[in-house]
Design a protein. Structure first.
Length: 73
């Protein structure tokens, strides 16, 4: 599943980079909780939680049904 998540994040990355940010995969646990690190402008943006939940988490859940949640570390 880790490789699937990394590949899916590659599809999300261009839109984040267009705004000066990025996302890095950190880990995934047995329950399907994915940990990511938001970097660049995304790391300090007041809207980063919305980006995380409505953008990244929604996309990953759609692409990989085993993903239950995406959290920021």
């Amino acid at each position: 599943m880790e490789e699937q998540i990394k590949a899916a994040l590659e599809n999300v990355r261009p839109s984040l980079q267009a705004d000066g940010g990025d996302v890095e995969f950190v880990s995934v646990n047995e329950e399907g909780v994915v940990s990511v690190r938001l970097t660049g402008k995304c790391g300090h943006c007041p809207h980063s939680q919305i980006t995380l939940k409505m953008g990244i988490e929604s996309y990953l859940k759609k692409e990989i049904p085993q993903v239950t949640e995406v959290v920021r570390v």
